[in-house]
Design a protein around this ligand. Structure first.
Ligand code: ATP
Ligand code: MG
Length: 760
């Protein structure tokens, strides 16, 4: 194919262009947030196609989320000014591995219609094994074992490869249970998420012919968000690219945020070793954010040690400073953000009017989302939760999916177990045990076990007839699921109706029932985008984000982890409190590793913002039903003052932040935190309001006598509490200031009225 004009190259800067045009050989693009790495990678795909270097199916491009993959496909199509026909190999590691594994399942002892277990199934299976092994599941919970096994899989350790040093895990039984678990999965013709990659890796390692085939096939390999690949993924990539070495990885060490899931920043350093002579390209111009936002992000990440280090600049206009605001509690925070969003739409904040699609709220922990959802529902502000409590995790959806799963793969025991008695068919625990036994004794699936029990008359009463009928129904549905002429939407409706599942909810009188029926309709609607049930099931097993979209503008709510690679004109970053962000776990850890990862997450958060970035914290927060008071995040201290504007929460705090000499310090957080709660005329009002709302007192304030106490009220040795510095003891008194030795913050002089007596 003759090279065609490449107008898309004109949109790139010279460094990006170099990365795009260096089509052959290894390329590593290492650059900060918003410098156009993804843009360059996408353009590279377009260029490979357009220049005739590669056909679509010769390119393998790995992205981190399904959303990113979708966007990349769209962008490539746009760059080329046409839809790209047949570009099947653009997706997440998991999505690509599912495809590969379906083709070669038999090489690892699976059938090609294997099922992908979700976490729930996985936990249920592990629980069975733990109980069978006579291990106390209270002391050794299945969830813990699942974490250990996932971790091993991320490091590409099959049961026989787990090093001796790790064998002590899970009461010395970890590897044994891991091996049993893998065996059980094979019997079930099932895999878990980690297996998808691990099985393919095993196939590549043990079948050189298969590997060679794919090495020839995927002549160009591209990887986005490379800093977050784990060892197994790295080995996988390296095997694929070893022959031709046409591999292009782009990443940013400062955005490595999946260390807890086994990602290794070291993979970046390893790249140059494994692919000597690699072209290393650095990008420095940020095209996304205003200088204030960029400065704030750069300063925060500066506090990390051992960075590869890089320069970032932008030629954008200054724009607004990063805004910082403190609130009384999480509900106030949600209320304020809701009002801001409303004002922003009308442009009444004095800025350009913004569409809700342009705004995002990025939280550290998904439990933070609820406050926003509640508030936005109340005021009717459209929102979407990305990657949050998922549609597909709801009970009725999982039940329906279990029916579909058995219809597609009759030996999916876990799915069959889930629905054999839903709706009630008289098949309680005892009947189910009988079926289990029959299945095991005959080495067949649970469905077959049920069939055997029915014909042998081992089921009694209601179960006999009804389970028998269900088995027959599954035979029919399975035949239809295999029939390419069968309309799968009709089949799905039929399954839900004939099984009695829909009727069960129609007869249900609980307030949730109508919603559940709605969800089931929604589920059937979702099928329209797929060719068959199998494809749909696969999709659901893989998706990490669900967006049911009516097309209207909505503010996005998602976790910081889920926001990687994305950008929004306006970003809200709530919950910047020690213990929440950085997380308590990272603070409790010895060493800085966890804390540095949290800081990178802060960097990711700030750098998602294009024009407006608002950071907030609350003095009190209800976490899992418990009130806790909190100190503003240590990351707030790391923000550069010149680039931050501290806002006064409306109404509540009387005097606001302006009073002189507050807190005896001049950092932003001193002002923000001091003004935040205890020094305000609104304090008593808040207390009153709190009790009328029937809320319990914040944890720490229960131990305090709240009083804007004059300096004379204190004597040496008094225990006190300060919003920012925490607990301490009064060491001395000077004028209106107290000399306090804080337990964590060390010795400080603070104005007496900004501390409260703590009677512990
Ligand atoms: P992250 O590290 O957050 O993933 P990134 O380096 O992948 O960021 P992109 O998302 O590719 O950055 O680009 C950031 C923004 O800058 C996008 O809106 C993109 O369209 C724009 N951009 C990138 N390169 C250029 C360029 N050369 N000229 C103009 N705009 C650009
Ligand atoms: Mg990117």
């Amino acid at each position: 194919m003759a090279a065609r004009p490449a107008p898309y190259l004109d949109d790139l800067n010279p460094a990006q262009r170099a990365a795009v045009e260096a089509l052959d050989g290894p390329v590593l693009m290492l650059a900060g947030a918003g410098t156009g790495k993804t843009k360059a990678l996408t353009t590279r795909i377009a260029h490979l196609l357009n220049s005739g270097k590669a056909r679509p199916n010769e390119i393998l491009a790995v992205t981190f989320t399904n959303k990113a993959a979708r966007e990349m496909k769209e962008r490539v199509a746009k760059l080329l000014g046409q839809t790209v026909e047949g570009m099947p190999w653009l997706g997440t590691f998991h999505a690509i591995c599912v495809k590969l594994l379906r083709r070669h399942a038999e090489l690892v002892g699976l059938k090609s219609n294997f099922t992908i277990l979700d976490t729930d199934d996985q936990i249920r299976l592990l629980k069975q094994l733990i109980v069978a092994a006579n291990i106390d599941e209270k002391r050794w919970p299945p969830r813990m074992l699942s974490g250990i096994i996932d971790n091993w899989k991320n490091r590409a350790w099959t049961p026989d490869k787990v090093p001796a040093a790790e064998a002590a895990a899970f009461n010395q039984r970890g590897t044994e249970l891991y091996a049993q678990y893998q065996a059980r999965l094979k019997e079930l013709n099932a895999v878990d998420f980690g297996d998808l990659l691990l099985h393919v890796l095993t196939i590549f390692q043990t079948h050189s012919d298969v590997l060679a085939q794919y090495q020839r096939w995927f002549r160009y390999v591209l990887v986005d968000e490379y800093q977050d690949t784990n060892v197994a993924q790295y080995l996988w990539l390296r095997l694929l690219a070893q022959g031709h070495r046409n591999i292009c990885c782009v990443g940013d060490d400062d955005q490595s945020i999946y260390g807890w899931r086994g990602a290794e920043v070291g993979n970046i350093l390893r790249f140059e070793k494994d692919f000597p002579g690699a072209t290393v390209i650095r990008l420095e111009q940020n095209y996304r954010s205003t200088p204030h936002i960029l400065a704030a992000a750069s300063r925060v990440i500066d506090a990390n040690e051992g960075r590869l280090g890089k320069t970032l600049w932008t030629d954008k206009n200054d724009g607004e400073k990063v805004r910082l605001i403190g609130h009384w509690d999480g509900e106030e925070e949600a209320r304020w953000i809701g009002e801001e969003l409303e004002a922003m739409q009308g442009g009444t904040r004095g800025q350009r009017p913004m569409n809700l699609d342009e705004c995002a709220i990025l939280v550290r922990a998904s439990h933070q989302m609820r406050a926003f959802e509640d508030r936005f529902l109340t005021i009717g502000l459209p929102y979407r939760v990305i990657g949050g409590p998922r549609f597909y995790e709801r009970m009725e959806i999982r039940d329906a999916m279990a029916y579909f799963r058995v219809a597609c793969s009759p030996d999916d025991d876990l799915a069959f177990e889930r629905i054999v008695n839903t709706p009630k068919r008289g098949a309680g625990d005892k009947a189910q045990q009988t079926m289990q036994r029959a299945a095991r004794a005959n080495g067949v699936s649970l469905l077959e076990g049920a069939r055997l029990c029915v014909s042998a008359g081992e089921l009694t009463g209601k179960a006999k007839g009804q389970v028998g009928a269900l088995v027959e129904q599954f035979d029919r549905w399975h035949a239809k699921a295999l029939d390419p002429k069968q309309n799968h939407i009709e089949l799905a409706e039929q399954i839900l109706d004939d099984s009695g599942y829909t009727t069960m909810w129609q007869n249900d009188k609980t307030p949730e029932a109508p919603g559940r029926l709605e969800n089931l309709k929604e589920l059937v609607k979702a099928l329209e985008n797929f060719e068959n049930l199998q494809g749909f099931l696969e999709h659901v097993a893989l998706i990490m984000d669900n967006e049911t979209d009516d097309g209207g503008a909505k503010v996005s709510i998602m976790t910081l982890h889920g926001a990687k690679g994305l950008e929004f004109p306006a970003v809200f970053l709530p919950g910047w409190e020690d213990g929440l962000f950085p997380s308590q776990r990272s603070m409790d850890e010895s060493g800085l590793k966890g804390l540095e990862e949290e800081r990178r997450l802060a960097y990711v958060g700030i750098t998602r913002a294009e024009e407006l970035c608002t950071i907030s914290f609350a003095a009190n927060r209800r976490v899992y039903g418990q009130w806790q008071s909190a100190l503003p995040s240590r990351f707030i201290d790391e923000l550069p003052e010149d680039h931050v504007e501290v806002l006064t929460p409306p109404g509540l705090y009387g005097g606001g932040y302006g009073a002189a000499g507050m807190g005896g310090g001049s950092t932003i957080v001193d002002r923000a935190a001091d003004a935040n709660v205890y020094n305000s005329p609104g304090w008593k009002r808040l207390q009153a309001r709190q009790s009328t709302r029937g809320m319990s007192q914040p944890q720490e304030s229960r131990n305090m006598t709240i009083d804007s106490t004059a300096v004379s009220a204190y004597t040496q040795g008094d225990r006190v509490f300060h919003t920012k510095f925490g607990y301490g003891y009064v060491m001395g008194i000077e004028g209106d200031k107290l000399d306090i030795e804080f337990e964590k913050a060390g010795s400080k002089k603070v104005v007496a009225k900004f501390v409260v007596a703590a009677d512990r």
